[in-house]
Ligand binder design. Structure first.
Ligand code: ATP
Ligand code: MG
Length: 391
């Protein structure tokens, strides 16, 4: 039988050990790693279970025991059939009982010993399992991260949200790029309310309140971003983002995030950790490719897999001179497939100047719009299948 494991641990070394130990067991592999064991772990777990309904999870409770037990409890509530192997340095009766109460099916002591781990996998193999899907009605979070400034991150996020809204998905576009704060500008809007007001109202947030005060694009999606005043940035903290994003994934079909390019921000990191897919937007010029390399290795260290981080080449040109790399060269350099290339087109600037997305502009679709729609279809394939199934 094949064994698919999700691994949650703040300890990079332990995640690596689990991965290596599984390599020695035929048919076993790690499908996803989470470098955080926190309250929104269940969001990513549910998203991964859609892809791997037979997966089990290995949860390291040693980082922050209280928070990780709570995280495990939430995971188990969201996916009651999920098989959980908990691990901890503390192996006293109380710690084990707490782990079991939080939902652990098996318990391993740390540091991890090869034979004990193998035995746990054998027990997992022997346990009849039910597929752990079904519970997830959560939104997918699609995060756009720029490998450099000006590569079109906002353009991609805005048109992605617009395309989803046109497919009648309940969509929220979130701008967390405090430096650029340009989603509203791309949409020709100057919203009255921002993430500051979201922060102020978080404790009483519900869908009607949210939809009552954030801006709504004529295409039907909601959008909200930072206040224009840099002095106000401290009012929206990472725990607030966590709470807000949990509200969003529970109430909407899709959340699209313009993350800009600042991966040192706590909010961006949490956004990345909650995402079902991260699109690393880049171009064919060498500085952008070099930066993509840095971003990719950073994301892989955070536990993202190749499947979750997708390279999106914007301003794509087939003819490459000395200063531009071809798609093949980019793939070789990054050691990762390019997910999609969006052509360079004067229609983009025209649309930004009009303050409207280029998709659904009412004019006959050109190459750019066709290409972008094909990208959206590829990026959301699973989702549209799910919607058909549940319709
Ligand atoms: N495929 C494209 N073809 C032609 N122009 C494009 C394309 N994509 C984006 N642009 C143009 O490039 C400029 C930068 O785009 P955008 O604001 O989306 O980039 P960004 O990465 O979000 O920038 P910033 O770092 O300022 O946030 C805009 O003027 C936009 O019209
Ligand atoms: Mg931008």
């Amino acid at each position: 039988m094949s064994i698919v494991l999700l691994v949650a641990s703040t300890d990079e070394h332990l995640r690596e050990m689990v991965r290596e130990n599984l390599l020695n067991i035929s048919g076993a592999r790690v499908a996803s790693e989470y470098a955080e064991v926190s309250s929104n772990l269940y969001i990513r777990v549910l998203q991964d279970l859609e892809r791997h309904p037979d997966a089990a999870i290995f949860v390291d409770l040693a980082g922050d025991p209280e928070a990780s037990l709570k995280a495990l409890e939430k995971v188990k509530q969201a996916a009651p059939d999920l098989y959980v192997i908990a691990a901890n340095y503390a192996v006293d009766v109380e710690s084990v009982v707490h782990a079991v109460r939080a939902g652990a099916n098996d318990f391993l002591s740390l540091p991890l010993r090869r034979t004990e781990f193998r035995d746990a996998i054998t027990r997992l193999e022997k346990t009849p399992r039910r597929a752990s899907t079904g519970a997830s009605r959560l939104a997918r979070i699609y995060t756009f991260l720029g490998a450099k400034g000006g590569v079109g991150t906002t353009t991609m996020a805005v048109n992605f949200a617009a395309s989803l809204a046109q497919q009648k998905q309940q969509t929220v576009l979130l701008d967390i790029d405090w430096n650029a704060n340009d989603v509203a500008m791309h949409l020709g809007a100057a919203p009255q309310y921002t993430l500051s007001e979201v922060a102020e109202n978080l404790s009483r947030m519900d869908q009607s309140l949210f939809e009552g005060f954030v801006a709504r694009d004529p295409l039907g999606f909601f959008f909200v971003g930072p206040p224009d005043n840099f002095d106000h940035r401290g009012y929206f903290t990472e725990p607030m983002f966590r709470e807000f994003s949990t509200f969003l994934v529970e109430k909407y079909d899709s959340v699209v995030i313009d993350a800009g390019r600042d991966v040192s921000s706590e909010i961006t990191l949490t956004a990345l950790h909650s995402s079902s897919a991260v699109f690393l937007v880049t171009t064919q010029d060498y500085p952008a490719i070099r930066n993509s390399q840095r971003y990719l290795s950073f994301l892989f260290r955070l536990g993202f897999t190749q499947d979750q981080v997708r390279i999106l080449v914007n301003f794509h040109q087939k003819k490459t001179g000395a200063s531009l790399a071809s798609i093949e060269q980019i793939q070789t350099t990054l050691n990762q497939p390019v997910f999609y290339g969006i052509p360079s087109s004067p229609a983009v600037l025209a649309s930004v100047n009009k303050g409207r997305p280029f998709v659904g502009g009412g004019e006959p679709a050109g190459d750019l719009e066709r290409s972008f729609r094909a990208f959206v279809d590829k990026a959301t394939q699973r989702k549209s299948d799910d919607l058909k199934k549940t319709a």
